[in-house]
Design a protein around this ligand. Structure first.
Ligand code: HEC
Length: 135
């Protein structure tokens, strides 16, 4: 290995370049898979039976234009008002009973059994349709 010093220098220069291309490449394709996978999961896991993406209220709130809107929730019997952000959406999926929108306080969302990755996919998907619906 050591006698081939010239080749080694080449590899040393080339490697960081290769690694950074790989990292950038993976990041891009992973984000894409996230949204597509999230869209798939939204239907296959059953979210769509309770949540429309058209603005219609079903058993649960419509989810296509909630990002950035004001909401009122109940948490531990107290009312809180705030603007819906990514964290709220994610938390609502992971732990539906943590806080409930007042308008839907008597309806119950079952806690879905999803991996962290799946929750991220669905959250990203919901964010993507929330962003486009505002344009
Ligand atoms: C059985 C019906 C039902 C199913 C299935 C269901 N939800 Fe819900 N969801 C609700 C109800 C009811 C609420 C409001 C009350 C609450 O938070 O418990 C809610 C609240 C939410 C909220 C917060 C919305 C807001 O405006 O505050 C999000 C986000 C959400 N659900 C996403 C999902 C996702 C993603 C899935 C699928 C993994 C899912 N839900 C499955 C009924 C359901």
């Amino acid at each position: 290995m050591y006698p081939k010093q010239k080749n080694n220098t080449k590899t040393v220069c080339f490697l960081p370049l290769l690694v950074s291309f790989l990292v950038i490449g993976c990041k891009d394709s992973k984000e894409k898979i996230n949204i597509e996978k999230g869209q798939e999961l939204f239907t296959s896991v059953g979210c769509a039976t309770c949540h429309s993406l058209s603005g219609d209220k079903l058993y649960g709130p419509s989810l296509n234009s909630i990002l950035g809107t004001k909401t009122k929730v109940i948490r531990n019997d107290k009312e809180y008002s705030f603007i819906i952000d990514k964290n709220y959406i994610k938390k609502s999926i992971i732990d539906p009973d943590y806080e409930k929108p007042i308008l839907f306080k008597s309806n119950k969302m079952p806690k879905p059994s999803l991996t962290n990755f799946e929750v991220d996919c669905i959250t990203n998907y919901l964010l993507s349709i929330n962003n486009t619906s505002k344009e």
